[in-house]
Ligand binder design. Sequence first.
Ligand SMILES: [Zn+2]
Length: 195
Amino acid sequence: MAILPSSTALVVVDAQYDFAEGGTLAVPGALAAYARIARHIDATRYDVLVTTQDWHIDPGTHWSDQPDFEDSWPVHCAAETRGAEVHDEIAAAVDRYTARGRRAHRIIKGEYAAAYSGAEGHEVGGDRGLCEILDASLVRRVDVCGVATDYCVAATARDLRDHGYAVRVLPNLVAAINAEEGQRVLAAYGGAERP
Ligand SMILES: [Zn+2]
């Protein structure tokens, strides 16, 4: 029986300053999740590492002065601002990952309209989307982490599963806007909290 080559990937969704405590759209527990994500990158050996970033230039009604926190949100992750940067602890872990001879990919999304899923984005300086990058490396299994569990993590996990990957959302490496919704996402993609 032939054994097909397959690779693993870690997708870190929107681990940005504006989504952390002190940011314009803070998700409770984000900073602690970011620290654990950085340690996870150091401690594991994924074949492919992808970070996604919400990267807004003029996202229309996605930004609002009177947000409903469902379809409209306070101004966040404006392109080229500090708030849109991946948190330094994770950026440093990504640098250590690439120093081990592996390639990390950066995806941006949402320039001119809301984009919750990382699969809606494209690589910086190129046209390839998330699935094209993963397919090019023969990825079959994808672990997803980041923020927010109930929005961009959920949308990214759904799109990746629809594309055919075996997807897990890593329970200790996410933070949710609505805790109950977050638990529902974890139940759908890998179950309860791991030790
Ligand atoms: Zn956004």
